[in-house]
Design a protein around this ligand. Structure first.
Ligand code: ISL
Length: 535
């Protein structure tokens, strides 16, 4: 386990396409990130996670890889990435690459060889059948089986242009290790293991066999073989690169499953990202906060006491935090409070680019900007039936994965300070909520994040124990380390709240007034109080 550095990690996720465009082709690139490393360092993050930048058919924004050892020209060259790694390390920062193990692009030479010749050694790299064997549904819609030109069927859990690799095949496992070695030798510090929970598949005769296609997670998620593959992959690499950090994307993992990937032998992932933090209850309702808090308690207890839970509110697959959990009226306040609430717990913060300036969901301007075909269809039908386009797009913007992938808002200018005025996807032009204005304004979200991350790096917040405190009006918990104790108190409502229950020194606050012994919380205010021994 990489106690050495992951305990201190504060990860910043960059969606390279949307960050900054230096070569002015409408798509962000590596040089655009390099140009902003100093700003990120100044903010206080110390680890970068980049969504995939390898040669790709770009059917799924880089998750459909054609060549794992070539940088997609959209983002730059091998020389750029080498410079990037050097520049990151020169600033004492770490770098995590997104590692797609479950599938390749159908344009990958392995797949091309496999479908050209069924006798090819690459045929066993993928799953092929003579006919469609069952009614399993793919995550991106339709069957998990589609036909190749030569009449065989192949298996794909995501888009049909993303065939799944057959991890039963030892050569596949060796190829993936070789690719990981290639990048580890270049100096990267960690891997995000994309969709690793799907590496094992049940026998195709299991699950639903006929009728409408249905998602059958029990046939292709969390199967026992996943542990075998994962352990072999991580342990082999750990022997050669002891400081390599593995953070697995385990979208559907509950806490017990997550534990099984992180403990008991500590031979698999160092940490996992689950999408199960956020309950189905209406966001913002009391029931939502109660259930969410119980879930966080569970992760803190089950993972946090022995390892490293990930702490995050959003990523490129879900809406932005302030649009989903925060308040439109109290946008800056809710952005700050949500960050405080999440990142001061025990674990590894993962920020999504733009949250430090309060970026909200991208407000789509056309149907094509909805990533999902079924949402595009829905929009077309609704608009044809007379609904107003703006209203339909605003509603569907909450559902599309593109909502969180808007262009980084550097400036209140037409090109958003992106570098080019043509965008692969649009972005919101806004006053205040852009890097320039945020850095100028002393009380801004950006400056608040800077203070928050500095506080997070202290031992109390990296190593201290966590215990939730139960007050109906506040989301509250305490951290304790070697006799030091702090209270994190957050008002997650639009009402003013008061309490006289705490005494101590303010470490960080926003929206708080103190009258005598009473703390008065404005809507969405928060405070971190360190208990003073003499009080
Ligand atoms: O869809 C799921 C189950 O409901 C998830 O388990 C799934 O593993 C997760 O959403 C995968 O996401 C990752 O891989 C995808 C890519 O499109 C996403 O952007 C990425 O985060 C395919 O590579």
């Amino acid at each position: 386990m990489n106690d050495l550095w992951c305990q201190q990690a504060i990860i910043y996720q960059i969606y390279p396409k949307s960050f900054m465009d230096q070569n002015k082709d409408g798509v962000g690139d590596l040089q655009g990130i390099i140009a902003n490393l100093d700003t990120l360092k100044e903010l206080g993050v110390n680890t970068l996670w980049l969504n995939p930048i390898f040669l790709s058919a770009q059917v799924d924004n880089g998750y459909d890889i054609i060549d794992y050892q070539t940088i997609d020209p959209l983002f730059g060259t091998m020389a750029d990435v080498e410079q990037f790694i050097k520049e990151v390390h020169a600033r004492d920062m770490k770098l995590i690459f997104d590692f797609v193990l479950n599938h390749t692009s159908d344009q990958h030479p392995w797949f091309q060889e496999a479908i050209k010749d069924t006798k090819s050694p690459y045929h066993s790299y993928y799953y092929f059948t003579k006919e469609r064997p069952n009614a399993w549904a793919s995550f991106f819609g339709g069957s998990t089986f589609d036909q190749t030109k030569n009449g065989e069927y192949y298996f794909h859990l995501f888009d049909k242009k993303m065939p799944d690799l057959n991890w039963k095949e030892p050569k596949v496992r060796e190829e993936m290790l070789e690719i990981a070695r290639f990048w580890a030798k270049k100096g990267i510090d960690g891997l995000r293991l994309d969709a690793f929970i799907h590496l094992g598949k049940a026998n195709f005769t299991e699950g639903k066999q006929k009728g409408e296609y249905e998602i059958q997670e029990e046939c292709y998620a969390h199967l026992p073989e996943v542990h075998t593959y994962l352990e072999e992959f991580c342990q082999t690499l750990r022997q050669e690169f002891p400081n390599l950090f593995f953070v697995g994307e385990a979208a559907s993992a509950g806490v017990e499953q997550a534990k099984s990937y992180v403990f008991p032998k500590k031979t698999e992932c160092d940490s996992v990202i689950s999408f199960r933090y956020f309950p189905d209850e209406k966001e913002g309702s009391r029931a939502f906060w109660e259930k969410f808090a119980q879930t966080m308690d569970e992760w803190q207890e089950e993972i946090g006491t022995k390892g490293y839970p990930t702490l995050y509110w959003n990523n490129h697959d879900m809406p932005r935090m302030v649009s989903r959990f925060g308040s439109e009226t109290y946008r800056a306040e809710s952005q700050k409070t949500l960050a405080t609430l999440m990142y001061l717990q025990k674990g590894i913060p993962i920020l999504l680019y733009g949250e430090e300036i309060g970026m909200k969901n991208y407000e789509l301007s056309s149907i094509d900007e909805l990533e999902e075909k079924e949402l595009q269809k829905e929009a077309t039908v609704r608009i044809a039936n007379g609904e107003q386009k703006e209203k339909v797009l605003a509603e569907l913007a909450k559902k599309t994965r593109n909502a969180s992938r808007g262009i980084m808002q550097w400036k209140d200018a037409e090109d958003l300070g992106f570098g080019s005025s043509s965008f692969w996807l649009g972005g919101n032009q806004e006053k205040i909520y852009n890097v320039h204005d945020q850095k100028t304004e002393v009380d801004s979200i950006w400056h608040y994040y800077q203070q928050l991350l500095a506080l997070k790096k202290t031992e109390l917040f990296t190593k201290g124990t966590y215990q939730r405190l139960h007050y109906p009006e506040l989301y509250a918990y305490q951290r304790e380390y070697q006799g030091k104790k702090a209270y994190v108190l957050c008002n997650v409502s639009e009402k003013e709240v008061m309490t006289s229950k705490f005494t101590g020194k303010v470490l960080l606050e926003q929206g708080i007034k103190r009258e005598g012994k009473t703390w008065i919380f404005a809507p969405w205010a928060s405070v971190v109080i360190e208990e003073e021994e003499d009080e």
